[in-house]
Design a protein around this ligand. Structure first.
Ligand code: GLV
Ligand code: MN
Ligand code: MN
Length: 413
């Protein structure tokens, strides 16, 4: 049984806003495609900015397009920063990112309506390009905010179509003036869907996130020789597609061999020219490696590189590997983690401590500020797909925990 808190967010208003946000970039099959810095991303930002203005927050944007709504505190102290991201993957879900931003907005509006002034300012944030689908690295906005990526690096990142992040930021009207990170931060909080099956399996409502596993993205370009499929003997082939396929299979074999901590995925693969009767002359694929321990992640990177180089050499195919993104495993601030857990218990919620398998802006912020995350269950463990869903009662529970943790941090000395 849950105990009603003294003040609670308006779950119905949050639901309406999630629905409205999900209409921007909605795909026919119920998913959302709102890639970073596209026209859809621009419209999502416009909608958020309108809501921030409507509740009287000061709207700010920085030079990498991070969008903030500031609610002043009784004191000019470092702010409690709360949020997530509005960009999505290709045909992704409606909650990944949006939930964290809109629940933060809901927390601010609830305080506003109750006339509750907090000691510290409250800052709502939507970080630019968390997903990293169109521009790499992922978590671009939070990396710039934390000082790990310069404005020039961010703006110079190029998409496959040649457009730069800087041009796209200008085009959608979110190239702000402020230096990223110019907001003093007391602590960062992010509400997010779990994106995996652990909470559902455990029958717990609130995930208390202890850390985030490390991530390594590699792009592998293979250049062999296009030739006739019917006439070319096998000893005369330089088949880039074959090497790519071997790497795809190796990713799974490596995960099996070094599991259960390692997750290796070849998520994208392009063959050229890409015709039924031509030996592929070129192949480009990506491999996503994740592990909660740095040494094991580094060892997996090395094993992948060795295998890919050896197979390419055997087939007489040239190989070029490029690291697209790399994060280290992190642990969140134990005091904040404990606060999330205690707050969830006080609200009568069942909890599970876990390590996030997905990457989040909070892991970047954690390098320079106390940070923590609150997870809510994902139905069937599905995410990064149109089937991504969380029960309305769980969304309400997560938003209530977020509000209560925000309140405590905003009053903390
Ligand atoms: C971000 O969503 C990730 O790839 O973990
Ligand atoms: Mn996310
Ligand atoms: Mn995501």
């Amino acid at each position: 049984m849950s105990t009603a808190p003294a003040i609670a967010p308006d779950a119905e208003r949050l639901r309406r806003r999630l629905d409205a946000m999900a209409r921007i970039g909605a795909s026919a099959g119920g998913g959302v495609t709102r890639l970073a810095l596209t026209e859809e991303d621009g419209r999502a930002r416009d909608l958020l900015a309108r809501w921030l203005h409507e509740i009287g927050l000061e709207v700010r944007m920085d030079a990498v397009g991070n969008l903030f709504g500031i609610r002043a505190g009784r004191e000019d102290a470092p702010a409690v920063l709360v949020g997530s991201h509005l960009d999505t993957v290709v045909d992704g879900g409606r909650l990944d990112g949006s939930l964290g931003v809109l629940a933060a907005l809901e927390a601010a509006q609830t305080l506003e309506e109750r006339g509750i002034a907090t000691r510290r300012p409250l800052a709502i944030v939507s970080f630019t390009n968390e997903e990293g689908v169109r521009f790499q690295p992922d978590m671009m906005g939070s990396l710039a905010f934390a000082g790990h990526l310069s404005v020039e690096q961010m703006r110079g990142a190029a998409a496959d179509d040649g457009a730069t992040a800087g041009e796209c930021l200008q085009r959608i009207g979110y190239a702000g003036e402020r230096a990223p990170g110019d907001l003093p931060v007391h602590a960062f909080l992010e509400l997010h869907i779990e994106q995996g099956p652990l909470l559902e399996r455990a029958g717990a409502t609130i995930g208390v996130v202890e850390g985030v596993q490390g991530l390594s993205w590699t792009e592998i370009r293979l250049r062999g020789e296009a030739n006739h499929a019917g006439t070319t003997p096998f000893d005369a082939r330089h088949d880039a597609g074959l090497v790519a396929a071997e790497i795809v299979a190796f990713a799974r074999a490596l995960s099996r061999e070094r599991g259960p901590g390692l997750r290796a995925t070849a998520g994208s693969l392009r063959l050229a020219p890409g015709a039924v009767n031509i030996i592929p002359g070129e192949a480009t694929l990506t491999v996503d490696l994740r592990h909660p321990e740095e040494a094991s992640l580094a060892a997996a990177e090395e094993a992948l590189e060795r295998f890919a180089a050896e197979r390419a050499a055997r087939e007489g195919v040239a190989i070029a590997m490029q690291r697209l993104a790399r994060t280290f495993p992190i642990r969140f601030d134990p005091t904040l983690v404990g606060l999330v857990e205690a707050t969830a218990h006080r609200l009568g919620r069942t909890t599970l401590r876990l390590t996030s398998g997905a990457g989040h802006d909070a892991q970047i912020l954690a390098a320079c500020h106390p940070a923590a995350m609150v997870f809510v269950p994902s139905r069937g463990g599905r995410s990064h797909c149109p089937q991504e869903e969380t029960a309305p009662a769980d969304i309400a529970a997560g938003a209530a925990v977020l509000l209560q943790v925000v309140l405590q941090l905003a009053e903390a000395v």
